[in-house]
Write a protein that binds this ligand. Structure first.
Ligand code: SF4
Length: 279
């Protein structure tokens, strides 16, 4: 994908390929605290090499565009649930799904926990200098057991009905399950009693209407997911070991970006030899 570096006025400027802000670069075996977000942990699981080049080597990784339509459903859902949070009343989806014993959880830190950029759920990992963070979409509460329920809002546009089985078994949704497993680890480490079942609130845009007419309709699904964070600590340990190592880890062989850059490097050297100049 093409990602042009731009200045504050959105004008394209030459890209150096290096990060400017040093606080995002980890020095192997450093003693100062260093934050790792849920997103960076997922990067490590997907490709340790890219994670290392980004966090340790300080390369400026190309960005993906902001998904503003998806963010809009999140924003509107947040308003909807905050209204009911203040009233401590169940949402219509709870009633439809026979979950009327649930309410949106009220806590003074809720806004901070949902702020993925600046705060999120936060713990120090064991006795290390690694601070783990993750911005959760929402937390509900079982009024009977008082346990907390982790919730992720997801927006998509797929034809047909969505079943829990299909949704959870979709390989593209593996990262979503990792996301909730990680949040469950953070919340339990923060001392909260977390319900074993979390939910994906899926908003699926309906693509079969005959026109747009300034209106996009959605179906809503509540997909239960029984989280499992047994595996999380082992992977965090692996991640920290990788960060403290001087060796760049192996790349993910399935990545098109790396395959592309390797082919580009080969092409460049061939063309340079043929033409006697750079490509
Ligand atoms: S394999 Fe892909 S994700 Fe990994 S370092 Fe290469 S470009 Fe990055």
């Amino acid at each position: 994908m093409i990602d042009l570096k731009r200045n504050s006025k959105k004008i394209p400027v030459p890209a150096s390929g290096l990060r400017v802000k040093k606080k995002f670069i980890y020095k192997p075996n450093q003693l100062e605290d260093f934050k790792i977000s849920r997103g960076k942990f997922w990067d490590f699981l997907t490709c340790p090499k890219c994670f290392y080049l980004d966090r340790v080597s300080g390369l400026d990784v190309p960005k993906t565009p902001q998904w503003t339509l998806n963010e809009t459903t999140d924003l509107l859902l947040k308003k909807e649930f905050d209204h009911l949070r203040a009233l401590q009343k169940p949402h219509r989806l709870f009633i439809e799904n026979k979950l009327d014993h649930l309410v949106p959880f009220q806590h003074e830190e809720m806004d901070a926990w949902r702020d993925a950029l600046h705060r999120g759920l936060k713990i120090r990992y064991k006795d290390t200098n690694i601070i783990l963070t993750g911005g959760v979409d929402d937390i509900w509460q079982d009024k009977i057991t008082k346990k907390l329920i982790i919730v992720e809002y997801k927006s998509q546009a797929k034809n047909g009905l969505i079943t829990t089985k299909d949704y959870l078994e979709d390989p593209y949704h593996k990262g979503y399950k990792v996301q909730i497993d990680f949040y469950s680890y953070l919340l339990t480490s923060m001392g909260f009693d977390v319900h074993p079942t979390s939910y994906f609130l899926v908003c699926n845009a309906i693509r079969t209407t005959n026109n747009f007419n300034k209106l996009m309709k959605f179906d809503e699904y509540l997909i239960p997911y029984d989280w499992n964070n047994d595996w999380v600590e082992e992977e965090i340990d692996n991640m920290i070991e990788t960060m403290n190592c001087d060796k760049i880890p192996d790349a993910n062989p399935c990545c098109r970006n790396c395959a592309y850059s390797e082919e580009y490097a080969k092409l460049k050297s061939t063309k340079s030899v043929q033409n006697g100049d750079s490509y």
